[in-house]
Design a protein around this ligand. Structure first.
Ligand code: 5GP
Length: 208
């Protein structure tokens, strides 16, 4: 049986640079897949349906929750976000690694489900820098920035839920750290399957 793909769960306080890091990661690992969530949030300028998110109505979202189609879902800043089971299962079964960008609620759900994967939390170098980045991107009002900073503090307070921390001071360095984490996790004996069928069989049988 082919090796199952590795789910890579990534979270960050708003403004810590998750989107930039994920884009850079994709460039370094072109075969890496990214889960496309469903959301009721309206698309931002330059966001594409089916690429950045599946943009759906609240009614459709609720129908999907009723049919238990989400592995996890959460209400964030007044909108709903969810990970459809089907999309991610298909990708992982094909042996492809998959990034899930989730908020802390999603991670709490997955941890409660004992969902296997590598959980990475991205931290800003300082609160001052986080505020500077949020202000600098100019997409939120002062009030929204305040709310996001408070939400960010709450997320950081729960960051022990994750396996790894990456402080994003410099994009290249942070991506290097993320690559090292992913490479090491894929070599974990518990999930490692060597290419050679004969050796794989010996390892799987546990006897010789
Ligand atoms: P944004 O609206 O800025 O794209 O995302 C807001 C937050 O929702 C981010 O923290 C993002 O990681 C999170 N998010 C995106 N998709 C999902 C999802 O399917 N489930 C959960 N729990 N969080 C998500």
């Amino acid at each position: 049986m082919a090796q199952k793909g590795l789910p890579i769960i990534i979270s960050a306080p708003s403004g810590a640079g998750k989107t930039t890091l994920c884009q850079a990661l994709k460039k370094r690992l072109p075969d890496l897949n990214f889960s496309v969530s469903h959301t009721t949030r309206p698309p931002r300028e330059n966001e594409q349906d089916g690429v950045d998110y599946h943009f759906i109505t609240k009614k459709k979202f609720m129908e999907m929750t009723d049919r238990d189609e989400f592995l996890e879902w959460a209400q964030i800043h007044g909108n709903y976000y969810g990970t459809a089971r089907k999309n991610i299962t298909d990708t992982l079964q094909k042996g492809k690694d998959l990034v899930l960008e989730l908020d802390i609620q999603g991670v709490e759900t997955l941890r409660n489900l004992k969902y296997r994967g590598v959980y990475i939390f991205i931290l800003p170098p300082s609160m001052e820098e986080l505020e500077k980045r949020l202000t600098g991107r100019g997409t939120e009002s002062d009030n929204q920035i305040k709310q996001r900073l408070e939400a960010g503090k709450k997320e950081m307070a729960k960051s022990r839920l994750y396996d790894y921390a990456v402080t994003n001071t410099n994009v290249d360095e942070s991506v290097g750290t993320m690559l090292a984490i992913i490479h090491a996790e894929k070599k974990r004996m518990s999930r490692y399957q060597p290419d050679c069928p004969e050796i794989r069989k010996i390892i799987e049988s546990g006897t010789a």
